[in-house]
Design a protein around this ligand. Structure first.
Ligand code: HEM
Length: 412
């Protein structure tokens, strides 16, 4: 069989679309250049927001080594910070899917060219393209599956998406450095429909290049408007047609806002959370320990804060009014009168990830960080973490531990 047999994808004659050409590829490439850079930065921020270097319990990628070089103390201001960074990460990731697919479509003939490598330099370039295309498809696929709560892949999502991002972005940077000058020249200089098609024997066009681009942009826009509502929360959630709506129904009333893990799913036994049985165990300086019932917690000074829950999967609630005891007041009860230290919070939860989570000193010190007992004027519902849950400004949802059983300040 010959490589120039037009029935084979390895032959340029196989590819007939008149749209393929540097202009079309370049416009899509430039959109990806901006979009994927924002995705990479917001992804790294999301990782920092987990406090991964604080305690082994928070870190799903303990072997990250030098890749954690940039980690910093995640701030508590502005209180909607994670809602914005993660909402952007997930919404943009979904909206860029048509652009990525169109970009790949526009260059697919090049992936089949033979011989596979003409020289060592060409071979290296093709390996980097393999990492670019494979890494891109891998990152988008794992991300979308995770947002849909579809954990199909083996092992945990975090290490896969984290290490995959570094491989993909390294290949992406190399590709962008090589192609951006040509891409800029192509979009500046030429009228799109004057450019020759890369196909040697193109079919007659059924749509212009601009028309094809509008189609891709329209698909992205459609995904954007049917996704963004989940990050805005409140009534806008109803517009998020693509967000997963199955599973836990939050119902209506003061506790009627979104839940990820229900009490039943987490294996919470109502016997353990009743007034007689449940005690919060707080340990601090020199092992000093206090045990508090819910009634005793309600007798401590109560404070309120309006804060959202912002999940790593991109959804957020509108601000809710939480009421309870300040974390820093609990630290003071066990000997930390001045600046409070980090804290390890442990849940009664039996199933699922994040049964324990560590918070940083700056998060404990914020006066809006609460061990909440009530929300929107009512006791927490079992699904929102009754008898008590943590709520911290700007922190990812998973650090806001529900059904809290134990808090250990200092010495994590
Ligand atoms: C997910 C990101 C991307 C993927 C998967 C991707 C993939 C590819 C592939 C496989 C090729 C063919 C390589 C060859 O054999 O010549 C290519 C070509 C090209 N890419 Fe990308 N690319 C991406 C992002 C970008 C970006 C960010 C830019 C520019 C800013 C860009 C601009 C170009 C240009 C100008 C070409 C050459 C087109 C031609 O020769 O007609 N790409 N891309």
């Amino acid at each position: 069989m010959r490589h120039d047999d037009p029935r084979l994808p390895t032959s340029p004659g196989f590819w007939r679309s008149p749209l393929r050409g540097t202009w079309f590829t370049s416009v899509l490439g430039l959109v990806l250049l901006v979009g994927i850079t924002v995705l990479f930065v917001t992804g790294l921020l999301s990782y920092a927001a987990y406090n991964p270097d604080l305690a082994p319990v928070n870190d799903q990628t303990p072997d990250k080594g030098a890749l954690g070089f940039y980690l910093f103390s995640w701030p508590t201001d502005p209180y909607w910070l994670y809602r914005v960074t993660q909402g952007l990460h997930v919404t943009l990731g979904i909206a860029l899917v048509p652009v990525l697919l169109a970009k790949l479509w526009s260059v697919v003939p090049k992936l089949f060219t033979l011989p596979p490598a003409r020289s060592l330099a060409h071979a290296l370039e093709r390996v980097s393209l393999l990492l670019l295309v494979g890494g891109g498809l891998f990152e988008f696929t794992t991300g979308v599956l995770n947002v849909q709560l579809d954990y199909l892949f083996p092992g945990s999502f975090y290490p896969l998406h984290f290490y995959g991002a570094w491989v993909f972005f390294a290949a992406f940077l190399a590709h962008a450095a090589l192609k951006t000058p040509a891409a800029l020249r192509a979009v500046r200089g030429r009228r799109p429909d004057e450019e020759e098609s890369v196909a040697p024997r193109p079919d007659p066009p059924t749509v212009s290049r601009r028309g094809a681009l509008r189609f891709v942009g329209g698909a992205s826009l459609l995904l954007l408007v049917t996704t963004a509502g989940q990050s805005i929360g409140g009534v806008w959630r109803r517009t998020a047609l693509l967000a997963p709506h199955g599973g836990a129904d939050p119902g209506s009333g003061p506790n009627g806002f979104q839940i990820n893990k229900t009490a039943a799913y987490a294996g919470i036994d109502t016997q353990e959370t009743g007034e007689e049985a449940w005690r919060l165990v707080v340990t601090g300086l020199g092992g000093r320990t206090v045990r508090l019932s819910r009634t005793q917690l309600l007798q401590l000074p109560q404070h309120s804060a309006a804060l959202p829950i912002a999940c790593v999967e991109g959804w957020s609630t509108a601000d809710q009014w939480w009421r309870g005891v300040r974390l820093r007041d609990l630290a003071a009860l066990v000997g930390y009168d001045g600046d409070p230290p980090d804290v390890l919070v442990e849940s009664l939860q039996r199933h699922g990830a994040f049964r324990r989570a560590a918070l940083r000193a700056n998060q404990v010190a914020d006066p809006r960080s609460l061990l909440a007992l009530q929300v929107n004027g009512e006791d927490l519902s079992p699904d929102h973490g009754y008898p008590a849950r943590v709520i911290v400004p700007a922190a990812p949802g998973v650090l806001n531990t529900k059904w809290v059983a134990r808090m250990t300040f200092g010495d994590l």
